[in-house]
Design a protein around this ligand. Structure first.
Ligand SMILES: Cc1cc2nc3c(=O)[nH]c(=O)nc-3n(C[C@H](O)[C@H](O)[C@H](O)COP(=O)(O)OP(=O)(O)OC[C@H]3O[C@@H](n4cnc5c(N)ncnc54)[C@H](O)[C@@H]3O)c2cc1C
Length: 315
């Protein structure tokens, strides 16, 4: 078989939203190359999943270890011989996909934000200042991971299909890793990539003592609180709440940027948002170039009024 294989990610039967984005990227690639699309998920022996074309199932795949994932997927890829293997660019994928690609003497084209005819894969360089096109010229499968927010999707895709089960040949002695804590699941960590609504605060807030103004808005909206880099550099909010090239890449339904200028390093982390509202007192702030709705004014006047209005609308 040749084709496009998309490796999806699930946890306890729930799809990671970036999986659906990787499937959307896979569909785009399949259309461009006229190749069939096949989707795959990996799970332990007790998980039932509806949706993907293949379910790679083995008791040693739960809890996750990179060794088990690499061995299991190597076997499936050898069986299916796809031309392209796509992944969502999750923390877990970053952990195992380079080793998997190496098994096939390939590199992983990581963090891809677009796919052009050819196909060529677009990656960002120099903190998002340059886009570079990558083409697979080697013989063998091309491994690609898709950055969050690059391909839009409204709902987790595959549904209604009972997958074909693939049981890899795996033994405990092949697994050198000892599973540690789950990625991004400890009490202090926040996975902004999964948040449907984000209120993000920038240096316009002035000082740490003013943060409750935006925290209240986030609470009223049921949103996650995020920030630009100076806020996290100052220690006003933890680093895990930073959005941008050196923080998280997010693609919520709504991103509300409060007192953020819109530097390129910030924009690369949030421009995949479906709707952007910006509040800034400078009408020339670059954030307005990516905003769907812009409010020019003082955040100290606007945000408390907005919070009141949201609370009133919800009561
Ligand atoms: C290698 C590198 C990596 C970086 N990575 C990141 C990153 O991951 N994420 C990131 O965010 N940045 C990153 N940066 C920093 C980035 O270049 C900007 O400096 C930063 O994004 C600016 O943050 P800001 O918009 O909060 O602050 P500023 O640029 O200072 O903007 C503050 C904004 O608030 C507005 N404002 C002020 N007062 C008010 C008020 N009362 N009401 C309304 N609006 C008001 C101002 O008009 C201004 O537009 C990086 C930089 C480098 C060099």
């Amino acid at each position: 078989m040749s084709g496009v294989l998309v490796i999806m990610e699930q946890r306890s039967g729930t799809w990671n939203r970036m999986s659906a984005e990787a499937v959307a990227a896979g569909q785009a690639l399949a259309e461009k190359t006229n190749l069939p699309l096949t989707t795959v998920a990996l799970a332990g022996k007790d998980t039932t999943l509806i949706g993907p074309s293949y379910l790679v199932q083995h008791e040693l795949l739960e809890p996750y270890t990179s060794d088990a994932y690499v061995i299991a997927l190597e076997q499936l890829i050898k069986k299916l011989s796809p031309d392209y293997v796509l992944f969502p660019h999750t923390y877990q994928v970053r952990d195992f996909a380079p080793a998997l690609a190496t098994r096939f003497k390939q590199v992983l084209i990581s963090d891809v934000i677009g796919i052009h005819d050819g196909p060529t894969f677009v990656r960002q360089l120099l903190q998002g200042k340059l886009n570079a096109d990558y083409k697979h010229s080697a013989i063998g499968p091309c491994f690609v991971s898709i950055q969050a927010g690059s391909f839009r999707t409204d709902a987790p895709r595959p549904a209604g299909v009972t997958p074909e089960t693939f049981t890899p040949d795996l033994s405990a002695s092949q697994i050198r890793n000892k599973p540690g804590e789950r990625f991004r699941e400890s009490g202090q960590t926040v996975d902004l990539t999964q948040a449907p609504v984000i209120v993000s605060v920038g240096r316009g807030i002035g000082e740490q003592d003013n943060l409750p103004i935006v925290e209240e808005l986030a609470q009223a909206l049921g949103a996650e609180l995020a920030a630009s880099r100076p806020i996290c550099d100052n220690g006003w909010l933890p680093m895990e709440r930073q959005v941008g090239s050196s923080g998280q890449t997010v693609s919520p339904k709504l991103y509300l940027a409060v007192g953020i200028s819109g530097a390129i390093q910030h924009l690369v982390g949030m421009k995949g948002s479906k709707a952007v509202i910006a509040i800034n007192k400078d009408e020339n702030a670059p954030i307005f170039e990516v905003a769907d709705y812009g409010v020019v004014g003082d955040l100290f006047e606007i945000v408390p009024e907005l919070t009141k209005a949201v609370r009133a609308a919800k009561s």
